[in-house]
Design a protein around this ligand. Structure first.
Ligand code: ADP
Ligand code: ZN
Length: 435
């Protein structure tokens, strides 16, 4: 199902013509309304009028998270406060938080894009959507909420936390879909088991999961535990919030970026050079229609690749692959680069282990070391005579890490329920290096 047939299936040529028109408009707006952009465009010797083709965007300077912080809180707003109707702030996972603003029109577009996401997952006004993304300054809760109302679904504004209560609501209100982070979905599944509630017997059939990296194996794990079809949704507060890109039910293979509103590039994070579509690099976004807080070439630090091949769902918008992680989260273990999500992919799904893990990074001399702590299943743990079995799992995991990722790690199997559970974005890395 497609929410906005006209724009989501626009032939490439028409789509690119629309992008070009909007790119000129947004750069004009920034050039005249935001001192920071006037300065940075002038310095780079570019003007909105110098844009002749989409390719000309590559001459424009990047906007970084640091630029946002330097202009904290409202310095980059391109609309007067009198027309700003909403403020949010990024959750500050990787440093000081950044503030974003929306006009009425921005909120309307955000709602539509979230409506597109739900529709892509097959949801309609007949659905009841349990929204466990956090409400508040974080964009997840309200973003998901407005989109659910937009398609006419019944939305349950649960927010995060209060996990027992969430299970009761799942039983009593019988929602057909749930929105939360993948790590919180695991937490919910576990709480349900503890309360002897069989999630498979409830009505939830779709899960809209995002806001943090997760692996295909984690998807399988969550689907098994919750008895639903899991969809990947991507977004970031700086660009809008949730709903920048979304998987379609037909392929569930990469997330369509809503290209009539966002222009995506991937760059080499070292050189800033634009990469050909398909190559892995840092995702960079230019917003095409935002009024209060447009950004040109915002460096997300998210590492992924664009998928230019047409999709069988009929949408013409380009897809992005899973986000491996942020460049800041990349670990370098004895010279080998690895993302926590890659470790997860190897770890999750192993018989006898729970999908709860923690990575401890430390340093011995000049070398980084990695300890992977992963929880044993209740069953394996209580069968104490199975020492051999445990040793085998440890040995196998160590070998898999070496074979698949090329890293040497210490594997430590820990007791069930000893790793902290997530209520929103999971934090799974403990960095003990004193740098
Ligand atoms: P913060 O940067 O403080 O976490 P945001 O809530 O804006 O604030 O988080 C956006 C970030 O969350 C993205 O840049 C990306 O790193 C991550 N993210 C969002 N959706 C996904 C997803 N589906 N897969 C992987 N990472 C995601
Ligand atoms: Zn598709």
């Amino acid at each position: 199902m497609i929410y906005n047939e006209e724009f989501e299936t626009l032939p490439r040529e028409a789509l690119e013509a629309l992008q070009l028109k909007r790119l000129k408009q947004v750069t004009e707006r920034l050039y005249h309304n935001v001192g920071f952009y006037k300065k940075s465009f002038d310095k780079a010797g570019v003007t909105p009028a110098s844009i002749k083709t989409l390719d000309d965007l590559k001459h424009f300077p990047f906007t970084t998270k640091q630029d946002l912080r330097d202009n904290y809180p409202f310095g980059l707003f391109a609309a007067p406060m009198s027309s700003v109707v909403r403020l949010h702030a990024s959750s500050g996972t990787t440093g000081a938080s950044t503030v974003v603003g929306y006009t009425q029109h921005d909120i309307a577009i955000w709602s539509e894009l979230m409506a597109r996401c739900y529709t892509a997952a097959g949801l309609t006004k007949n659905d009841v959507i349990h929204n466990a993304y956090g409400y508040g300054l974080f964009t997840g809760g309200l973003g998901a909420h407005y989109g659910a109302e937009k398609i006419g679904a019944s939305v349950i504004p649960m927010s995060g936390g209060n996990t027992r209560r969430q299970i009761t609501i799942l039983q009593d209100f019988r929602p057909t879909a749930i929105c939360c982070t993948p790590s919180y979905a695991l937490n919910l599944a576990e709480q349900a088991r503890a309360m002897d509630v069989d999630l498979h017997s409830l009505s939830v059939r779709a899960g809209i999961f995002g806001a943090e990296p997760w692996s295909e194996n984690m998807r399988a794990e969550i689907e098994k535990a919750m008895g639903l079809t899991a969809f990947n949704i991507y977004g970031l507060s700086e660009i809008m919030g949730p709903g920048v890109a979304m998987e379609c039910a037909e392929a569930r293979d990469g997330m369509h970026i809503f290209e009539d509103h966002f222009l995506a590039e991937t760059i080499d994070p070292e050189t800033g050079e634009v990469l050909p579509p398909g190559e892995e690099g840092e995702l960079v976004f230019t917003t095409l229609t935002k009024e209060a807080f447009p950004l040109v070439r915002f460096r997300t630090r998210d590492i992924t690749r664009l998928i230019p091949q047409p999709c069988r769902c009929g949408r013409t918008h380009i897809r992005m692959g899973r986000v491996m992680g942020r460049s800041d989260d990349m670990l370098i273990i004895r010279g080998v680069n690895v993302f926590p999500s890659q470790i997860e992919a190897v770890l999750v799904g192993v018989e006898g282990l729970e999908p709860h893990y923690r990575l401890i990074v430390d340093r011995e001399g000049t070398l980084d070391t990695l300890e992977i702590q992963v929880e044993l299943s209740e069953m394996l743990f209580s069968g104490a005579d199975e020492i051999k079995v445990l040793q085998n799992i440890e040995r196998q995991l160590k070998k898999d890490m070496k074979d698949y990722l090329g890293i040497t790690a210490v594997i430590k199997l820990v007791e069930p329920r000893t790793i902290e559970r997530s209520e929103g974005k999971a934090s799974r890395i403990i960095d003990r290096r004193v740098l």
